[in-house]
Design a binder for this molecule. Sequence first.
Ligand code: NIG
Ligand code: FE
Length: 433
Amino acid sequence: MPVDLLIHNAAQLLTVPGPVPGLGPQRGAAQREIGLLEDGTVAVAEGRIVAVGPTADLRQRFSARESIDATGQVVLPGFVDAHTHAVFAGERAGEFEQRLAGASYLEIMAAGGGIMSTVRATRAASLEQLIAESRPRLDAMLAHGTTTAEVKTGYGLNTADELKMLSAIRRLNEEHPLDLIPTFLGAHAVPSEYAGRADEYVDLIIQEMLPAVSDQGSAVGSPQSAICNLQSAIFCDVFCEEGAFTLAQSRRILEAAKRLGLGLKIHADEFTALGGAALAAELGATSADHLAATPEEDLRRLAAAGTIAVLLPGTTFGLGQTHYADARRMVERGVPVALGSDLNPGTCWCESMPFIIALACRYLRLTPAEAIVAATLNAAYASGVGDRVGSLEVGKQADIIILALPDYRHLAYRFGSNPVQTVIKAGRVVVQH
Ligand code: NIG
Ligand code: FE
């Protein structure tokens, strides 16, 4: 049978299969199921995976228009980055230096810097400038093996500029090989013009912004219909933190978003345990993110609700801190764990999921196999697209990466260089190093 592409003779091919019913993220012991096949081959036709199996078998069944020899290499699904702020203008190297000199992230934010500094730059940028500044970051993500990424708004903080950010995400999704999943994060910070009037800003989010971002288009009804035709936000997120939004404000916003049919996410317990993870579980959120300070009982709630923990070790590292989220405990409690870069100009300017995996194994105490599932299948579910990407299974989009490594554990073992040799997006080679 003729196919478009055959990637053959992989030393290790990781299919990262989903759970038996084919639905939902992996958790507990299944979080380490990478579906390892030695001397494996994957066949692709019309942008989709049509077969995965032993090389000898597939080479007999298929003749390919194009073939890639992966001898001595590792083949796996493209990474899904489940949490980014990749679209922004400007930079904050000055704040980085202030932090090195002892100022804390929350102190800088309280003094009008931090997120508000990027808000000023993003508001001042035209749509074209915002796209032009963000594009190189997407290029770098793709070069490091990310084929799908969630991207948040949250540097506009008024209706027009939040919509401008969504337009930038939509335009980049159309023009760039990376698939982008847009999340509305109007509740990223209380903008300075609302200083001391946070509840009024929450009213604005609920009454004006949420309706505007959820009905920009028509095609999107549920997180599952993401990837193409992104007219509206797919998810709504809130930064629930001291100096940002209280638990009560977070609840109001997320409940309003839920009524509009948006999927829910929350920045919870990054620095302070305010109860954001419990709120996520109660509201049936798709994910609760950060969770560096989450109490034990809230982990149980996340497990019971099936809410995915999106962990962001790059942020803890980027801030020069040492208190990482305890993913080992989460896996043991049955919480599905996903990974994201948190790429943003304040705490973590990192486009590399391989580096995030290296951190996750050292500081979150995940095994290499668990970290790979977290950065592919579980991250896809956390982004609402687990039915389409995140594994090398028949019928899924052919988002495939080839690593110049002899063994998948080297992905975590080595760090600081880019192990990604080839990136295939929807069946097309888009990066070849
Ligand atoms: O996830 N915590 C809030 N948001 C980002 C930081 C964004 C910024 O500082 O610009 C985060 O760490
Ligand atoms: Fe974030």
